[in-house]
Design a protein around this ligand. Structure first.
Ligand code: GLA
Length: 690
């Protein structure tokens, strides 16, 4: 709910357990008086009587770093989330407050420059304790250059210390958690690649350095954008800290013409207590309630043929895999790369989205029919933003790719990026996929994007336009084919963010399917994103990427922590492996509602001898625990694994052994799962409240 105190020019935005208190000062600057535990309007108003601590030297503006809209100009020397250049070269913005629009959960504060006809709207929308913020800029004057327009600048209260949590990574090693004391100055996380990126992900969390998995206050924000982005964590010498995030990157600017409007993506902010675990659960809950298009659905068990066949795709080969997958209990069969055009290797065919006539002389129909006959849904891989120079599309439209005159066209994986900001390319993209979906009974698309931009230049039309067209095409395809579900992939986890998740149903977490590496990747992924979207495949052993040999059960149990999928060469699995896999798929189906819709507790992080993750049904009636032992040291007894969020007065029955445990004992002493003696031992324990 949103409370307004007009006398004091105060707004109190409150979720069930947090409040955000904003005050417009005499200079019309929106000062954040509080972001933290929930306050009543009266408690919030009392903050006005508390003067900010004055710095020792009067030359410091004691209020710098306490405004949620920071424009260049005046005595602002820190990071400004809003930076423009007017036609006459003026760079200072002098904003005056012009009014508000308010609804139950929405607030818009409007400002205008005191001279130039540029209006700025700050939009706030409450979803529980999550505050979604974005800006709208409207220009009625001569063209204005927008240098930076961050969706939000989050102001943290004065803490005893500041620790920044984020994820870093690379291809095959995405989302590695990184926690570090926030340095003084500006720490910038960014993608300049045109896509969200493997290297960094657009979210950050800050705590005072003492929070743990189960305790402590955490301030977090996440940007809903799938192109290049920038998140600046600023720590001033006066100990004021802000997190400011938006689309675009240095030195890309936008030209805002006369009569034009710029709407930024949403940046969401969240204050939580209860440690990183509670922060993650609140973000998961937010995505399940307010971001994902079909969050209530259970995602099917998927099979993907990529690791089994590579580019060697044939009708018979795919049917053999499909039959084997169906016997195992798979519900969605996905044909990956290699089914179209001249795509028999990675140097040809991208752009030609019709079935390879030699591989599928009668089109995809016979394969799709067989997959459906086997009782599975049918999915298909596409990478529609790309083109191989060796393709009919490129030969017909060499000018459709992102390029600059007099510059080389840098290829990456032998491919170039289509310039989706050109209307004719966007139209072609929609028409091509619309036709593919209309002509074939496709239930699922794996939408890939395997290379970042090059030679794009500082042309704002292109950087923003690409993502806007991508979103627009996804929205139109979903509307035209409402039964189709979409997976976002970008060489693995290169395009995972709250923007793409609003339009897709799951993501491909990483090309690295090594179960040991996956524990770290999934741990980092879960900091912000829910298991409900985290695609996880069981592949062959030794793993094709890392060469590591890991038992089948361990591989399955790791993949069960998200959307269980299978990606192995099933025709080479032994009958014993196929039979055991079918049992494990059945196990997953029993716990699937807990994993996909329940609440996740990271019991023991990966890295140590044992790691474990628990999922709890929303009504608390069931819980599933996945336990992994990487390697056992001789003479070392496994510790108990205390569970979370159980009813201490209840008893819980183990569905496999029938053993009954007291909730109080599980909470205090934990489970002692029986793990096989060797390395890579794992277990799934499913408990039901009696
Ligand atoms: C990317 C994806 C893989 C696979 C290949 C196909 O690397 O991440 O899962 O689809 O492309 O070329």
């Amino acid at each position: 709910m949103i409370h307004h105190d007009s006398e004091h020019r105060l707004w109190v935005l409150s979720g069930p357990s947090s409040s955000y208190v904003l005050h417009l000062d005499d200079a019309d600057r929106p000062r954040v008086l509080h972001w933290g535990p929930r306050f009543t309007p009266e408690q919030a108003a009392s903050l006005l009587l508390r003067l900010p601590p004055l710095g020792f030297r009067p030359v410091e503006d004691p209020l710098e770093g306490s405004f949620d809209l920071v424009a260049t100009g005046g005595l602002c020397y820190g990071n400004a989330g809003l930076q423009v250049r007017f036609a006459d070269g003026t760079r200072d913005l002098e904003l005056v407050y012009t009014g508000q629009r308010r609804a139950d959960r929405e607030l818009v504060l409007t400002y205008a420059d005191r001279h130039y006809p540029l209006a700025v709207e700050c939009h706030y929308r409450l979803h529980g304790d999550v505050i979604e913020r974005h800006l709208v800029l409207r220009n009625e004057g001569e063209p204005v250059t927008v240098v930076r327009a961050d969706s939000a600048t989050w102001v943290l209260p004065r803490l005893n210390g500041y620790r920044l949590s984020s994820v870093r990574g690379q291809w095959g090693a995405e989302t590695r958690v990184h926690r570090t004391e926030l340095p003084y100055g500006e720490t910038v996380m960014t993608s300049r690649r045109g896509v969200t990126s493997h290297q960094a992900n657009p979210w950050a969390m800050v705590d005072d350095g003492t929070a743990g998995e189960e305790h402590g206050a955490v301030y977090s924000c996440a940007l809903a954008w799938s192109g290049s982005w920038r998140l600046t964590a600023q720590r001033l010498p006066t100990e004021r800290v802000t997190l400011s995030a938006g689309f675009g990157h240095d030195p890309v600017t936008w030209e805002l013409g006369t009569g034009e409007e710029l709407v930024t993506p949403v940046c969401a902010g969240l204050y939580t207590e209860g440690g990183f675990g509670a922060a993650s659960r609140a973000w998961h809950d937010h995505q399940l309630r307010h971001v994902l298009p079909h969050a209530g659905e259970l995602r099917p068990v998927l099979y993907n043929s990529w690791e089994a066949t590579g580019f060697d795709v044939s009708l018979d080969g795919q049917i053999r895999l499909a039959e084997s997958a169906a016997r195992m209990g798979v519900e969605l069969f996905v044909v990956d790369d290699g089914w179209f055009g001249a795509r028999t290797h990675d140097a040809a065919g991208l752009g030609d989205w019709y079935p390879n006539p030699r591989r599928f002389p009668d089109g995809l129909g016979p394969l799709i029919d067989r997959v459906h006959e086997l009782g599975m849904l049918f999915g298909l891989w596409v990478e529609p933003e790309m083109v191989n120079p060796d393709s009919d599309l490129y030969r017909a439209h060499p000018d459709w790719v992102i390029h600059r005159p007099h510059r080389r066209r840098t290829e990456h994986r032998n491919q170039l990026v289509l310039d989706l900001s050109r209307p004719e390319v966007g139209d072609w993209l929609f028409r091509t996929l619309d036709e593919l979906l209309a002509k074939n009974a496709i239930d699922f698309l794996k939408w890939d994007m395997n290379r970042p931009f090059t030679e794009a230049g500082p042309d704002e039309r292109l950087w923003l336009g690409h993502v806007q067209t991508l979103y627009d095409v996804l929205d139109r395809l979903r509307a035209a084919h409402p039964h189709v579900r979409i997976e976002s992939c970008s060489s693995g986890g290169g395009r995972v963010d709250l923007g793409i998740l609003r339009r897709t149903d799951q993501v491909w977490t990483s090309d690295n399917t090594d179960a040991l590496d996956r524990l770290d990747i999934q741990h980092g992924f879960s900091q912000l994103y829910p298991a409900r979207v985290m695609g996880a495949w069981v592949t062959d052993s030794p793993n094709p990427y890392t060469g590591r040999e890991i038992p089948l059960d361990f591989r399955f149990h790791v993949a069960m922590a998200g959307l269980l999928s299978i990606g192995g060469a099933l025709t080479e699995w032994s009958q014993a492996e196929l039979d055991r896999a079918a049992e494990l798929v059945a196990d997953y189906k029993r716990i699937r509602p807990l994993v996909q819709h329940g609440r996740q507790h990271r019991l023991l992080p990966p890295g140590g001898e044992l790691s474990a993750v628990q999922y709890l049904a929303s009504d608390g009636a069931e819980t599933a625990v996945l336990v992994f032992r990487r390697a056992r040291r001789f003479g070392h007894a496994d510790p108990g694994i205390p569970l979370r969020a159980l009813d201490p007065r209840a008893r819980y029955r183990d569905t496999a052994t029938g053993e009954v445990h007291h909730g109080a004992v599980l909470l205090a002493h934990g489970l002692f799962p029986e793990l096989a003696p060797g390395d890579y031992a794992s277990a799934l324990i499913h408990l039901i409240r009696e």
